[in-house]
Design a protein around this ligand. Sequence first.
Ligand SMILES: NC(=O)c1ccc[n+]([C@@H]2O[C@H](COP(=O)([O-])OP(=O)(O)OC[C@H]3O[C@@H](n4cnc5c(N)ncnc54)[C@H](OP(=O)(O)O)[C@@H]3O)[C@@H](O)[C@H]2O)c1
Length: 199
Amino acid sequence: MKIIVVGATGTIGTAVVAALQDRHDIVKVGGKSGDERADITDSASIRALFQRVGRFDALVSATGKVHFGDFAAITEKEVAVGLKDKLMGQINLVLIGRDHANDGGSFTLTSGVLSHDPIRMGACASLVNGAIDAFVRAAAIELPRGLRINSISPGLLTESAVAIGDLFRGHETVPAVRVANAYVKSVEGRHTGRVFDVL
Ligand SMILES: NC(=O)c1ccc[n+]([C@@H]2O[C@H](COP(=O)([O-])OP(=O)(O)OC[C@H]3O[C@@H](n4cnc5c(N)ncnc54)[C@H](OP(=O)(O)O)[C@@H]3O)[C@@H](O)[C@H]2O)c1
């Protein structure tokens, strides 16, 4: 399969590429790195990416920023960061990408554990993750041509614990190789409309 991995150079993306690259042709996309550059917050940039890359069989998105911060200080501005980046960016990969996907192709988005297991400072992330999972369940029943869509909802990665573990006190961590397996299941399996929790 020809598989576009957006966020291919990140913590999750690197593990996903490693898990898929022996069996598939991978197009690695990053914001400032990879085979192709694209900015998911800019629909023109997403359109240009699909024009350059051409038709594909699967798209994996392992990217998206959200604001983390004290709820008392959160305003519309902080919420908007995640709405534009992690939420609308990934949804636009589907809305724009669906016309470039081959019949039977798939989309795999990334949400996260905070949708259902909130932490302090994580309200914006919880909001966005829940919306991604809801979008996936709904889009699956209307996508044409046998197109499939799932989301992966990982817990805190072991590899990210040094950087952000202070926010996730008491959470078990999950190794990137185990998280990557859920993406493999989504891409190579037949599930659609599913949220794969990896905890
Ligand atoms: N790490 C965790 O513990 C964890 C747990 C649950 C959920 N998640 C979610 O998983 C996703 C990926 O997390 P991660 O830790 O793997 O992130 P990461 O290591 O920071 O990697 C982010 C990737 O996205 C690319 N990127 C950044 N901005 C972009 C943009 N505007 N357009 C296109 N690509 C862009 C980066 O490429 P450049 O560096 O070249 O810009 C990089 O390849 C996020 O949505 C995160 O919330 C992560």
